[in-house]
Design a protein around this ligand. Structure first.
Ligand SMILES: [Zn+2]
Length: 99
């Protein structure tokens, strides 16, 4: 893993806390700064209010990347369809002349 931000939702370990049973009730997000040091991945918990803002950015970026990936997939599909249509509608003569 390369350097970056990681979000985690944690259980506090108390049996009477909702987080013990419901993953949706876990505490967080806790924001970690992750990096690699001497071959080991290190995660540092960030406490500052800025970290909360950063966490929002990270999540936004994850959403953005998801959307981009979906768009890329879609455009590849669309490209295939367009190429196929192009080949079918292309006048045969043009093909022969070009060859
Ligand atoms: Zn808890």
């Amino acid at each position: 893993m390369c350097a970056g931000m990681a979000l985690q939702w944690l259980t506090c370990g108390r049996a009477d806390c909702p987080c013990a049973k419901d993953p949706q009730s876990r505490h967080g997000p806790y924001i970690y700064w992750t990096s690699k040091e001497k071959g080991r991945s290190v995660a540092r918990l960030l406490h500052s209010p800025e970290a909360q803002i950063l966490a929002k950015w990270v999540r936004n970026r994850q959403e953005l990347e998801k959307a981009l990936a979906a768009m890329k997939k879609l455009s590849q599909k669309a490209l295939k369809v367009v190429l196929r249509m192009g080949a079918e509608t292309m006048p045969k003569q043009t093909w022969q002349e070009a060859a």
